[in-house]
Write a protein that binds this ligand. Structure first.
Ligand SMILES: Nc1ncnc2c1ncn2[C@@H]1O[C@H](COP(=O)(O)OP(=O)(O)OP(=O)(O)O)[C@@H](O)[C@H]1O
Ligand SMILES: [Mg+2]
Length: 212
């Protein structure tokens, strides 16, 4: 067994136990009152935090090794947008797909790229709590495929832009700050690049280039 599979196995086991703990705490809370209930709620919220960290850990460990195959990026984007569909609708966000039916194939790990794109989408959705517009664009540029995720949400201050990809940087109450470091790691492991353009109050544009 290699290191990666060992780590994934450990994460899986811990995740199972944490899931059981979560369920047991819910049962326990039903029969508690006052101070005891408060204490149980504190424990529950720590367990939830732990489960968020574990959920984030598997893709991080997975990104240690790529499973490369040819990818039609438009199919992958369609899939990701399909998966995010409900979330987008629920948040009253209209989606604009700006990419043709077919683009030049790239080589990459579809699962990891999907994970990266989903993270950018959920950040965009979280930046538009009152609804808005989300645009996904993809086109070839020189020897790269450029993919852009554009939201018309809260935007990012100059000060925060510098910290964006640092692990554990988050401005959200429940945020871990592990999404963008994971995205960056995945893109870099594909010999690609990710950059951001953003203006406070106007929205953000995450630009990914992947080699063709
Ligand atoms: N599209 C966006 N619009 C505005 N701010 C953003 C956007 N994407 C990221 N950010 C800022 O960057 C921070 C870090 O993002 P990141 O995805 O790494 O962590 P997070 O979303 O806070 O938590 P999680 O680990 O659950 O993803 C966010 O807390 C937010 O302040
Ligand atoms: Mg995030």
């Amino acid at each position: 067994m290699n290191d990666r599979d060992l780590l994934l196995g450990i994460i899986h086991e811990v995740k199972n136990s944490v899931g059981i703990l979560q369920g047991l705490m819910e049962l326990l809370k039903r029969n508690l009152k006052n101070q005891d209930k408060k204490l149980a709620e504190e424990i529950s919220s720590e367990i939830t935090h732990l489960s968020h960290i574990l959920k984030r850990s598997s893709p991080l460990v997975n990104s240690l090794k790529l499973s490369i195959s040819p990818i039609q990026i438009t199919e992958l984007l369609d899939r990701v947008l399909f998966l995010a569909q409900e979330d987008l609708q629920k948040n009253r966000i209209t989606l604009e797909k700006r990419y043709p039916g077919v683009l030049p194939e790239i080589k990459g790990d579809p699962e990891l790229l999907q994970e990266a794109f989903l993270n950018l989408l959920s950040n965009g959705i979280e930046a538009m709590p009152k609804g808005g517009r989300f645009i996904v664009e993809a086109f070839p540029k020189d020897n790269f495929l450029q993919i852009e995720f554009i939201d018309k949400g809260a935007g990012i201050s100059k000060e925060n832009l510098e910290k964006l990809f640092l692990p554990f940087f988050s401005t959200k109450k429940e945020g871990l700050g592990l999404g963008l470091p994971l995205v960056q790691r995945i893109i870099q492991s594909h010999k690609g690049e990710i950059t951001v353009r953003s203006e406070k109050g106007r929205g953000s544009r995450f630009i990914i280039s992947l080699p063709l």
